[in-house]
Design a binder for this molecule. Structure first.
Ligand code: SAM
Length: 272
């Protein structure tokens, strides 16, 4: 990866080993702060090669009703190192159905730790995975200013003060505010990928890796954050989920994995 030029990749998307949950046949057994230190170094290298968004799907462990919080510790250390974090989306997927054991604090989502080198992304499409807006009844959508006052947003993007109609509206008239929903709205940052496992992951070969993610999460990030024809990097390619989706969506791709077996697996998955 050190051979890749600075800023040469449009999107980095992948998932590292989660502490010592699995050894991956390479004796991987870092946990707690040792895992965070290992991850920070690699995350910074991802940021170096990237001109857009870096997204890592990451989770910690729950041991004896105690959460290790390593995704949060990773974000804290990146933040303290001056990295421009973005709000982490949630990768939501349904595990094996059941009671969840004796604890109701289940593991229904994983963090996608996201960061950039600062400023606005050079390219993004926030409605690529959008849907028609689902507006509940109850009048114009609004939010509150720091002083608690309620404000509404008009179809021209301007904010009008609730209850005051002296502003001229986009149609040139004065009068009651009316909300015009866009055709597609931003899908939000809880990415529901449905059931995990079985035939729901997108490709049967993914199960030859110990911890694959769903093609749906890779699709979401590639469609939203890598321009058509752009370059996607997965530094922990595993079964090649990110790479296969990039190939299908007309993006170029680079993948790394420390194990020869996974490189071979990627080759099989990517063979068209
Ligand atoms: C969670 S899996 C990735 C699964 C992948 N997202 C998929 O859908 O198949 C993590 C991968 O990282 C690889 N790995 C572990 N340490 C690595 C390192 N230092 N450099 C590159 N790959 C590494 C492992 O071999 C494993 O295949």
């Amino acid at each position: 990866m050190r051979e890749l030029p600075t800023g040469s990749v449009d999107l980095v998307f992948g998932s590292p080993p989660y502490e010592n949950r699995r050894t991956y046949g390479i004796g991987f057994n870092l946990k707690g702060q040792a895992w965070v230190d290992w991850a920070v170094e690699r995350y910074l290298e991802c940021l170096r090669v990237c001109n857009g968004l870096v997204g890592w799907v990451v989770e910690g462990k729950q041991v004896q009703f105690r959460y290790t919080a390593t995704p949060i510790l990773l974000m804290a250390d990146l933040h303290r190192a001056g990295v421009h974090l973005r709000k982490p989306p949630a990768y939501k997927r349904q595990g094996i159905s059941g009671s969840g054991g004796p604890d109701w604090l289940r593991n229904d989502y994983e963090f996608v730790v996201c960061a950039t080198n600062g400023g606005r992304l050079p390219w993004s499409n926030n409605t690529a995975m959008g849907h028609p807006p689902k507006c509940p009844p109850g009048g114009n959508p609004s939010h509150r200013k720091p002083n608690g006052e309620r404000v509404n947003r008009e179809s021209d993007g301007r904010v009008y003060q609730h209850g005051k109609h002296h502003e001229r509206r986009p149609n040139g008239k004065r009068g009651t505010l009316r909300y015009k929903p866009p055709a597609l709205s931003n899908p939000g940052n809880v990415i529901d990928c449905g059931a995990a496992g079985g035939g729901n992951m997108g490709h049967k070969l993914c199960h030859e890796n110990e911890a694959p993610f769903s093609e749906k999460i890779a699709e979401f990030f590639i469609e939203s954050f890598c321009p058509p024809g752009g370059l996607v990097l997965d530094p922990f390619a595993g079964s090649g989920t990110t790479l296969a989706v990039a190939q299908r969506l007309g993006r170029r791709y680079i993948g790394f994995d420390i194990r020869e077996s996974q490189i071979e697996l990627c080759r099989r998955r990517l063979a068209v």
